[in-house]
Design a protein around this ligand. Structure first.
Ligand SMILES: CSCCC(=O)C(=O)COP(=O)(O)O
Ligand SMILES: [Zn+2]
Length: 207
């Protein structure tokens, strides 16, 4: 059983993450959504349609792990079900950051396989559990759909084969990265974005 985290602490961590992500150019327009776990059965999530670089406390609401708002008139992110499914799938996940960078959008379209395979990059060590550039790591790639319930089911099915680590890509859409808390999710996001930029460059130079 997890000790509940005060909503104000979680909220300021997400607002600050949004400013940083926006400064990197990874959440243009109203793209992206963020969440953090508050307890075993609740999470704080961004409201739909807000600019994620200019969030305030009024842009965040509490949902249960079925994605239903609790005592709020705000509309949760259109992609809330992916966040809450991740919290259901792994009780150690404490924060989820979804971004729309150019690198994740383009690379996920170039990759035709269900997995993006990366090897040989020192930055792989920014991803928890990796000690060497020599490891081969794989990130799941899902086809994009507007049906979040269906995408959440696909995520759960893929997870059944083997639990996913660090994040996944949605083709032509962007990246979902997670961690034990907002800080670890930020590190995974930053490491993955660096790896995507390198991989794109490698594919450009050595098609
Ligand atoms: C212009 S972004 C399209 C929707 C999307 O993919 C996204 O990440 C933002 O949706 P939200 O409902 O969370 O604002
Ligand atoms: Zn999105």
């Amino acid at each position: 059983m997890r000790t509940a985290i005060p909503s104000a602490i979680v909220s300021s961590a997400l607002i600050e993450a949004g400013r940083w992500i926006d400064a990197q150019g990874w959440c243009p327009a109203t793209g992206g959504n963020f969440s953090a776990r508050l307890s075993d059965d609740q999470a704080l999530v961004t409201a739909s349609g807000r600019h994620k670089g200019r969030l305030t406390d009024e842009d965040l609401l509490t949902v249960d792990l079925d994605g239903q708002p609790l005592e709020s008139k705000l509309k949760p992110s259109a992609e809330t079900l992916l966040h809450t499914r991740l919290y259901q799938l792994n009780s150690a996940i404490g924060a989820v950051l979804h971004t729309h960078s150019v690198a994740s959008t383009v690379l996920s379209r170039l990759e035709r396989d269900d997995w993006l395979t990366l090897c040989g990059y020192e930055m792989q060590k920014s991803l928890s559990g990796n000690q060497s550039h020599e490891a081969t790591i794989q990130l799941a790639v899902f086809d994009n759909t507007q049906d979040m319930q269906a995408l959440a089911e696909q995520l759960a099915l893929r997870w059944q084969q083997a639990p996913l680590n660090w994040g996944f890509l949605v083709r032509g859409h962007g990246l979902y990265a997670w961690g034990h808390d907002v800080n670890e999710a930020r590190r995974h996001l930053e490491g993955l974005e660096f790896l995507f930029a390198c991989e794109l460059e490698m594919r450009r130079l050595r098609p």
